[in-house]
Structures are given as C-alpha cells and as structure tokens.
Design a protein around this ligand. Structure first.
Ligand code: FRU
Length: 499
C-alpha cells in the first residue's frame, strides 16, 4: 500500500473510518523501523502529535491527552489521544479518546484542558468546523469521563460562538477554579486581527458569562494567541501562552512562534488583570517548544508538559510517518519572582547504571561516555572559570554534534544545532544564545533520548529543548575546553513502560 506523500485538504480532512482499514498499520510498521523512536518520551504510534491537552489527575491516575492525527505526519483532522500514568514517567497508551465525529467538531477536536467536577473528569475542548466556504467556526465543547473511563460528549457547546468583536480564531479553553468560581480562558483574535485572551466566569460550567479580555500586557500580542494557560505557583500567577506574529522587538525569539510567559504579583479577579506583570519571556530558549500546558496538581505542585515541535515546520521523521513528541513532565516553581522549570522528581525512576564524572577541561576532547545509546541523563557542574564545549549526539571526529558552548566566565551559553544530525528548520536559525549567571559554577542537567534533548540550566532557570535527528554513529558525548574543571554523574535511562 502506498504511503501518501502529496496531501490535499480532502485527504487531510477525510474521516478516519473512510481510510483503508490497513492503512494506519502500514504507517505503524514504518514508525517501528524508525531509528529516531523515543525511549522515554511520549510520541505518536503513527502520524502527527501536537499540543498536550487535558493534563490532570483523576481517579488515582495522571491523565494526559494530546492532539493527534494518526494518518500521516501532517496537520490533518485532529483527535485527542489519551495516556494514563501512575508515576508521571511510565505512560500507558489508552487510544483515541475524542474523535471528530459530531457536527460541532467535524473538522477537528482541538486543544483544551481537563478539570475534576464531582466524580467526573470534565474535558473542555474546541470543536473546529469548516463550513461550505471553508470558513472556520469554533465551538467550545465539554465531554465527561466517568470512573470507568467512558467518555460522553455534551451535545451542545458550552460557549457557542465568540463574543461580538472577535473572530472564529477562538480556541483552546483552559478551565480552572479560582475563588470558588469556574474560570475559562480562551485564545482569541480581535476583529482587527490582534491576539488576545478572553475570560468567562461562572458558578458552574453551565452558567458562564463572558467577562472580557484578560489584562496581562500593554503590548500587541501579534495576530492570535494560542493555548493560554494560567497557573498559580505559591500564589504567584504565571501565564503561559503562544502569541503568533509577535513583534520580536517586544520579546526576542527565533522560532516561528514563541511559547511565552509572564509572571505577576497578583491576579485581580474583579479587574480580570494580572497585577504588575513582568516582561514577556521565552519559556524555552531552544528550538522546539510550543503549547505548554500546566496545571496545579492535587499534591500542590505546578506540573507542565510541552509539545516538542512547532507549527508549520517539516521534521526529518515526517519521512518515517511520524512527527513530534511531548517533553518530559516539568515542575514549575518561582524563586525571587523568577520562574524555574525542573524535571519532575519521579523522572529519577528511569535511572539505571550510574557513572561518576570528574576532571579538568582540556583542548583535547574527552569522551565522557564510551558508548551511549543516546538514552541517558547527565548532571554536570562546571567551575565558575570554565569555558568550553559539550558535544551531544557526536560522532567520533566531532564533525557532527549538538554543541553546548559555555563561557561561564562571561555568563554566556550558545547551543549550536548547525552540524547536529540531519538539517531541518534552518530558516529559523541554527543557534540559540542567551546569558547565564556570571562568576558562579554552572550546572547542567541534560536528558538525551534518541532524537530529542532537554537541557536544564542552573537548576532550571533556563531550559533548552531541541530535536536532533542523528545518523549512524552519532551517539557520543564529549567535553572539551580552554579552562575550568567539571564533576557530575551520568545515568543510562531505561525505556518507559508503556504496554
Ligand atoms: C496550537 C494549535 C491550537 C489548536 C491545535 C490544533 O498548536 O494550533 O491552537 O487548538 O493546535 O491542533
């Protein structure tokens, strides 16, 4: 059976049941032969994955859904795919949970969130519909999951249309409870084609009222805001969101669209305002993070997960019938008004054999690990005077590698993907540079998994996420430098249990 290479709208929006029943199986076989499959990150079994959705804790388990198009590595007609976990690292696939099979979501079950109400998990999503003229209609919908895991969609939208003055670019409802009221934030576009976030409030999800725009900045947020997400970290409100078409002068970024955040002193629920908001910042300094979703877990932690991928970009694995993955689960904290992201504590469950690392940086590159299968975690402390390069996904000659170029003396880091694996997305630049604390030891905690790498810098003050598509033999880990010393640990990481 031939795999589709040329995609038309007709093919992308063809209902799944109209595909040959063996078609997806052919894709799945293709993916199983992919050298870039991931060991401990969530990836699609075939086709495309994008935003995380409905991250929640319900009925004794963690639930996580993602935007899925199973028939190819393209943005086709979307569903929610479900996974569950008991420990936030081993994720069991539960299959497609919300299909685009109703009149209010006929062209895609788009992104949204989940909240426990009474004994049910309520899923809030956007029903995407295209009319005869291919004009978009957006409906905000609910579905209810019971303790047996059965999901029932509500028949009618809970928010049937955007308010006057806004277009149908109106999606990604985040539902949360604040001061005992239900709040829904929705990514929106003014008729003047400007991005914004709208707020609805009510005693229940059936009695919501439109309150207005969330005030979080005086600056222009581009032409659309996707995936708004407000979390409270020890009372500090943190708004995560994805402004499309943002002027980089407002907040510099290199990716096609940034995943931004602001922190604030307070959330003024009367004024719908984040009080004294910070400047917009990039949530991730790397190449591939978007649509991060966070929620306040019952144990008090603010947990986040990102789509590792970006809209409108082709990736090398597209050729192998799959695209993208989710990040590991990250815990968000705030220290001195600054956001920190760290791997969730449970991530340590993956650790296998451990190796100590220590030495002096030399011009001659040192292999920190002889053989890696590109599935490891490394924690490295570099002295305050150190200057050098760490090479991940490296071949023996260091012609190919992802380079972390650190100059701790001058407080700079550059991550260079120019010669890492197969080239892609080069039009958005192949390096990312940013400043770090000067004159203090640098610590790096790095997770490498076959074709993705997540780098946590200085206890999570900065994070760099990058897809890398290594070729045969590009699995080395080398350190070189002009000055300084290093110490740390490395662990081989096991595969997540997912069957
Ligand atoms: C963000 C996004 C959302 C939308 C979903 C569709 O990546 O465009 O705004 O709901 O993806 O898959």
């Amino acid at each position: 059976m031939d795999i589709i290479k040329e995609w038309t709208d007709e093919l992308r929006y063809r209902p799944y049941h109209q595909w040959d029943e063996h078609y997806q199986q052919v894709l799945i076989e293709n993916v199983r032969n992919s050298q870039w499959q991931l060991n401990y990150h969530i990836q699609p079994e075939s086709g495309l994955l994008n935003d995380p959705n409905g991250f929640s804790y319900y009925n004794g388990k963690w639930h996580l859904f993602y935007q899925a198009y199973p028939m190819g590595a393209v943005h086709g007609i979307k569903s929610w795919y479900q996974l569950t976990s008991e420990n936030l690292v081993d994720w069991q696939p539960e299959g497609l949970a919300l299909l685009p099979d109703a009149s209010y979501d006929s062209h895609g079950v788009y992104s949204g969130s989940a909240i426990v109400v009474d004994d049910k998990l309520v899923l809030a999503y956007t029903g995407n519909v295209r009319d005869q003229q291919w004009q978009r209609q957006s409906y905000q919908m609910l579905a209810y999951m019971n303790q047996e895991g059965e999901i029932t969609k509500a028949e009618k939208p809970f928010i049937p249309a955007p308010p006057t003055g806004y277009t149908h670019e109106f999606r990604d409802p985040q539902v949360f409870i604040y001061e005992e009221k239900y709040w829904v934030l929705i990514g929106a576009q003014r008729e003047k084609l400007e991005g914004t976030v709208l707020a609805y409030v009510g005693e229940s999800l059936d009695t919501l009222e439109f309150k207005g725009e969330l005030a979080f900045t005086d600056q222009s947020m581009g032409f659309m805001v996707e995936c708004p997400n407000l979390v409270f970290i020890d009372d500090t409100p943190v708004l995560l969101f994805c402004p499309q078409g943002l002027d980089p002068k407002i907040s510099p970024y290199q990716n096609i669209y940034p995943n931004s955040y602001i922190t604030a002193d307070n959330f003024d629920s009367e004024k719908l305002a984040l009080t004294n908001p910070s400047q917009l910042q990039n949530l991730d300094e790397g190449f591939d993070v978007y649509a991060t979703q966070a929620f306040n877990a019952p144990d008090g932690r603010a947990l986040a997960v990102s789509w590792v991928g970006l809209p409108e970009i082709e990736y090398p694995s597209d050729q192998e019938s799959w695209a993208h993955c989710l990040s590991i689960i990250k815990e968000l904290t705030v220290k001195n008004g600054q956001l920190y992201q760290t791997p969730v504590a449970e991530q340590a469950d993956l650790r296998q054999e451990q190796q100590d690392l220590a030495g002096t940086l030399t011009q001659q590159p040192t292999a920190l690990l002889d053989e890696t299968d590109n599935s490891y975690e490394i924690m490295l402390e570099l002295s305050a005077d150190s200057q050098g390069k760490l090479h991940l996904f490296a071949d023996q000659e260091l012609n190919h590698s992802l380079v972390i170029d650190f100059d701790v003396k001058n407080g700079m880091i550059k991550v260079d993907r120019s010669n890492a694996g197969l080239p892609f997305a080069q039009e958005y630049g192949t390096t990312r540079s940013f400043s770090i604390e000067k004159h203090q030891a640098l610590n790096l905690q790095i997770f490498v998994d076959h074709s993705v790498c997540e780098i946590f810098i200085n206890d999570g003050q900065k994070v760099v996420t990058a897809r890398v598509f290594p070729q045969e033999g590009e699995n080395g880990l080398f350190l070189e430098g002009a000055s300084g010393t290093y110490s740390g640990n490395c662990w081989r990481l096991r595969k997540m249990i997912n069957d």
